[in-house]
Design a protein around this ligand. Structure first.
Ligand code: SF4
Length: 320
């Protein structure tokens, strides 16, 4: 409409020849095209960095917080007995235990990255049924920011929070405990806290002194809070199935008065050590004998965990 009035003005009202009108129109079109080109150019230049970033990063938003997961169980009744728990298994571990049942989660780049918002949405779907959110691994404390944010979110949703850790990152544990985000902690005590034993059991002999110091600090930390916690040892043939091993661990644990759980190792083709892939699981009888030893060393709350019977408390006389 504006163009029609403008053209009529030039052609009929102003005393201009048709050639003059065409000349002016040509200039006007050139001016319009020039501006259009400039506008497109500015827009393209402005967009270039984001186009470039999108291509490099696969359209990921760098600000979006993520967690690397090896898997999850939406409703677990066994990971934290007495609590229906949504278990998240965070991938990546700083140890290399020869009896690890989650070997594929050991590499730091294993698993898949998920946005925290997606993970929360996943948990939210079964929120009504859940008592707790649990973190296992891999080693969950290697992703402290994701851990903290998810734990905080779970607390706000009224869930309890449970963590299984190898105890090597006491600083992460301390922060979570100080923020009152944890309801229950399970710490691995893989072997007697001596360099030779822990080096073999953790698969990291050169790191043994540092690992032992960290595990001791994590245990002391838990013992100093009101948060219930357990120390757990997997009873592995040739590593921790001797009474002497459990005596040594129990002497270290007794002053801290933890719940102590001896859990049955089950051979599997998945474990890193070829010697541990076959054979019979450690028997309940052996576990009972070792549990008796732990009781004799002064630990009052001793349990065994087997595939057949689950979690069993052990009396003073060593019966289940
Ligand atoms: S601490 Fe040991 S058993 Fe646990 S995930 Fe790491 S390598 Fe496996």
């Amino acid at each position: 409409m504006g163009d029609t009035i403008y053209f009529a003005l030039l052609y009929f009202i102003l005393p201009m020849k048709r050639s003059e009108v065409i000349f002016i129109e040509t200039l006007r079109i050139q001016f319009f095209l020039k501006n259009l080109f400039s506008y497109s150019l500015i827009k393209a230049v402005r967009n270039f960095p984001s186009l470039f970033i999108s291509k490099v990063q696969g359209l990921e938003d760098p600000a979006m917080k993520k967690v690397r997961l090896g898997g999850w169980i939406e409703l677990s009744a066994i990971d934290w007995p007495g609590n229906l728990t949504f278990m998240l298994f965070l991938s990546g571990c700083n140890l290399a235990c020869p009896f690890c049942q989650n070997r594929r989660l050991i590499p730091l780049e294993s698993g898949t990255l998920y946005s925290l918002e997606d993970v929360k949405a996943k948990i939210q779907r079964s929120l009504e049924l859940l008592d707790a959110l649990g973190f296992g691994g891999g080693e969950p404390t290697l992703q402290p920011e994701a851990l903290e944010e998810l734990a905080l979110w779970a607390k706000e949703k009224g869930l309890k929070v449970f963590i299984e850790t190898n105890g090597t990152r006491p600083e992460v544990l301390r922060k979570l405990l100080n923020s009152k985000l944890l309801s229950y902690v399970a710490i691995d005590v893989k072997a007697p806290l001596r360099n030779g034993d822990y080096g073999v059991a953790s698969g990291k002999p050169s790191m043994a002194p540092e690992v032992i110091r960290s595990v001791q600090e994590s245990l002391r930390l838990c013992a100093s809070t009101q948060v219930p916690y357990e120390a757990r040892t997997t009873i592995v043939p040739g590593l921790t199935d001797k009474e002497e091993s459990i005596s040594a661990i129990s002497e270290e644990l007794a002053p801290l008065d933890p719940v102590y759980v001896l859990q049955q190792f089950i051979p599997s083709p998945e474990v890193p050590s070829p010697q541990l892939r076959e054979g019979a699981p450690i028997s309940r009888k052996v576990l009972l004998k070792l549990a008796r030893k732990a009781r004799q060393k002064g630990i009052s709350k001793v349990f065994i965990r087997t595939r057949e019977y689950g979690l069993e408390g052990i009396d003073k006389d060593g019966s289940g």
